[in-house]
Design a protein around this ligand. Structure first.
Ligand code: CUO
Length: 671
């Protein structure tokens, strides 16, 4: 809480840390003895910090407290890995607390928050500890900077309990003159950006191998971001736009601009804008230790294409490893991102990460204006900028190039003999019409006060507007010739392309967004499977996205514990794309695959596993043996041109209408 206030000031619900005088930063030494007791009197609970000898922080302190921090910048990654290692290495929770208390007022607040969060996520003895959502600590990364002026005013003048929520207009970053602005509700969705931040927190690409080396993390990097692009394209079609154009010509001007309207409370600077028609330029920023050319990016890209086309990668020691049918995508994911698991960072470089960096410094490539990076340089804010999607569409295309070279799934790898899907139906709450999905605007309130330093205590709520859908239920009728286990896989895609023509399967397969995946136990004969949209394996509930910021706090211990992986998950409010006011034609796809080829034998009891599709399960194997994206991750077998031709009896498709109601519901009044 309150990242810039000294550690001895009360935090959270009036907890105060009593720290040894020797831990104080120099400017409070001596003075500390005078000010600490004063704040101690305000607090309800006092936590004593042990005086231990903390390892030297060294170059971790090179990043000043009022600078911005980005994991994409190699120097920042290195010091983040160092600080994380320090937090991971201390013997017990008491020492971790002491080390954190010592570091907190010395280290850059963003860096401190990141390293401590990763350590808490990965230490055994902090397994059950709740890491606060980043929007609580750094609300400035998520909401219009105008809010903070008003919030300060309110907090100083109006007593706690009488303050009204400050309303953020739903589209504050641009006007309708900008076509790309139609997608503001997706790009700037707070829950979406929180998901992305949390995903990268759970899957760091640098640091101790024990932290980075997770089951199928390279493949999950590919799949989670592939789904982001599929979902973004879906939204674009709903808005009468074309699919996003891959950013492939790196010498061309970038026509889309982005003006974030965010100010950093930590650095007291505005996040730089990206004006239109800029070109990538070579970076030479000595202060950041960055010296990278556009040509470096091109060489890495070409070598990666070579590896894809030759079906093997060259390791650091000169040997070669084949990109195998199932494991190849994992190697490639680590190589493209790139993580420390890349087989050869010298040769294949750091393509995806450095793309973020080059784009984020496009306004000041040689640091002559002493400007920091733009929003695409931070995983907490990157998804706001349209260029994020153009860059990731290029990255995804690399993976698709590899996937399209893989053997096609023969019928035997798709069908589930004896199992036939007979019917699918969607029922939306409050509607009598079958196979209708409905979306609308909803307002919600969050409390930002815990991220606002040196303000009077008490809550400061802001009210923001986001997309939402009515809850719905799937009912699937399945005929089985015996008792069988299977995996029910549910996807949705637009029925027509941007010109209104029916799709070729080879293109439509990339438009399918995963809605749910769960196990079913079939009995012999007729089976009726029902499933609620709120149980989706893709999403986490709204309350968990916002955690203790929401007015409706999750109160049970069960819900509060195990937040760690649980904070990762697609926001429930964006499960269903927006559709449009006339009704947008979609196809719902349901498949019951054969469990014999899906099953991963492990016990996941007690683990948070309800957003497993994009996030995996903490400390466990990815709970589905199939390639991620199955059955749409490969080109179709010979002779299959349409979705209908692709279907085997255990699959079925249902037309669904996606209707948007252009009405805004106040908090608690949602239908
Ligand atoms: Cu998630 Cu480019 O990887 O942002």
């Amino acid at each position: 809480d309150r990242p810039k206030e000294p550690v001895f000031m009360p935090k959270g619900d009036n907890v105060v840390f009593s720290i040894p005088e020797s831990f104080l930063p120099d400017k409070y030494k001596g003075l500390g003895l005078l000010v600490m007791p004063r704040f101690g009197n305000e607090a309800k609970e006092e936590i004593g910090i042990r005086e231990i000898s903390v390892p030297p922080l060294g170059d971790i302190l090179d990043l000043k407290r009022d600078e911005n921090f980005s994991l994409f910048i190699p120097k920042h990654r290195r010091i983040a890995a160092k600080l994380t290692s320090i937090f991971l290495g201390v013997r017990n929770v008491d020492d971790l607390l002491a080390t954190a208390a010592y570091a907190r007022d010395r280290v850059n607040p963003y860096l401190f928050n990141y390293a401590l969060s990763v350590a808490i996520l990965h230490r055994q003895d902090t397994n059950d500890l709740d890491i606060p959502s980043i929007i609580r600590t750094f609300p400035d990364k998520y909401v219009d900077s105008k809010v903070f002026g008003r919030a300060r005013e309110d907090a100083n003048v109006i007593p706690d309990g009488y303050r009204q929520p400050i309303e953020i207009p739903k589209d504050y970053t641009a006007s309708d003159l900008e076509e790309e602005h139609r997608l503001f509700y997706f790009r700037e969705d707070i829950g979406l950006n929180l998901h992305h931040w949390h995903w990268h927190l759970v899957y760091p690409f640098e640091g101790d191998k024990s932290v980075v080396d997770k089951n199928r993390r390279g493949e999950l990097f590919y799949y989670m971001h592939q789904q982001v692009i599929a979902r973004y394209n879906f939204e674009r079609l709903c808005n009468g736009m074309q699919r996003v154009e891959r950013f492939v010509d790196w010498d061309s001007e970038i026509k889309e601009a982005y003006f974030p309207k965010l100010d950093s409370l930590v650095s007291s600077r505005a996040w730089p804008a990206r004006v239109k028609n800029q070109k990538l330029q070579n970076l030479k920023r000595d202060a950041d230790g960055i010296n990278v050319d556009v040509d470096d990016l091109k060489r890495w890209r070409d070598r990666i294409f070579d590896a894809i086309h030759s079906g093997r990668v060259q390791n650091q020691d000169g040997t070669f490893t084949a990109l195998t049918e199932n494991g190849g995508i994992d190697v490639l994911g680590n190589m493209v991102e790139a993580s420390i698991l890349s087989p050869n960072r010298e040769l294949y470089g750091d393509l995806h990460n450095m793309g973020h960096v080059l784009l984020s410094y496009i306004h000041d490539p040689d640091h002559r204006h002493l400007e920091s990076f733009g929003v695409i340089g931070d995983s907490a804010t990157a998804m706001r900028d349209p260029i994020f999607y153009r860059w990731h569409a290029f990255i995804d295309d690399l993976f698709q190039e590899y996937k399209s070279a893989l053997p096609r799934y023969p019928v035997a790898q798709l069908n589930n003999p004896g199992v036939t899907v007979k019917n699918i139906e969607i029922k939306t709450q409050g509607s009598n019409q079958s196979n209708l999905l409905q979306t609308f605007w909803q307002q919600s309130d969050v409390d930002l006060s815990r991220g606002m330093d040196f303000q009077p205590r008490g809550s400061v709520f802001v009210r923001f507007t986001h997309l939402q859908h009515r809850p719905f239920t799937y009912t699937v009728q399945v005929q089985s010739d015996g008792a069988r286990e299977g995996t029910c896989r549910i996807f949705l895609a637009p029925k027509f392309d941007e010109r209104g023509n029916p799709w070729l399967f080879r293109d439509q397969r990339l438009m399918f967004i995963e809605l749910d995946k769960f196990q079913v136990n079939l009995k012999q004969g007729q089976n009726t499977i029902t499933r609620n949209s709120g149980d989706s394996s893709v999403t986490i509930p709204f309350e968990r996205t916002y955690r203790d910021l929401s007015t409706s706090r999750p109160q049970s211990g069960e819900a509060l514990a195990k937040f760690n992986f649980c904070g990762c998950g697609w926001p429930d409010n964006l499960l269903i794309p927006k559709g449009n006011a006339a009704g947008f034609a979609c196809q719902l796809f349901v498949m019951i695959s054969n469990m014999a080829d899906d099953k991963v034998n492990q016990n996941i009891a007690g683990q948070c596993s309800d957003a497993l599709s994009y996030c995996g399960i903490k400390d466990k194997l990815y709970p589905d043996r199939r390639s991620m994206g199955y059955p749409f991750d490969r080109m179709p077998r010979d002779g299959v041109e349409t979705l209908q031709q692709f279907l085997t009896p255990n699959m079925r498709v249902q037309d669904v209408n996606l209707l948007f109601e252009n009405k805004t519901y106040k908090p608690k009044s949602a239908p």
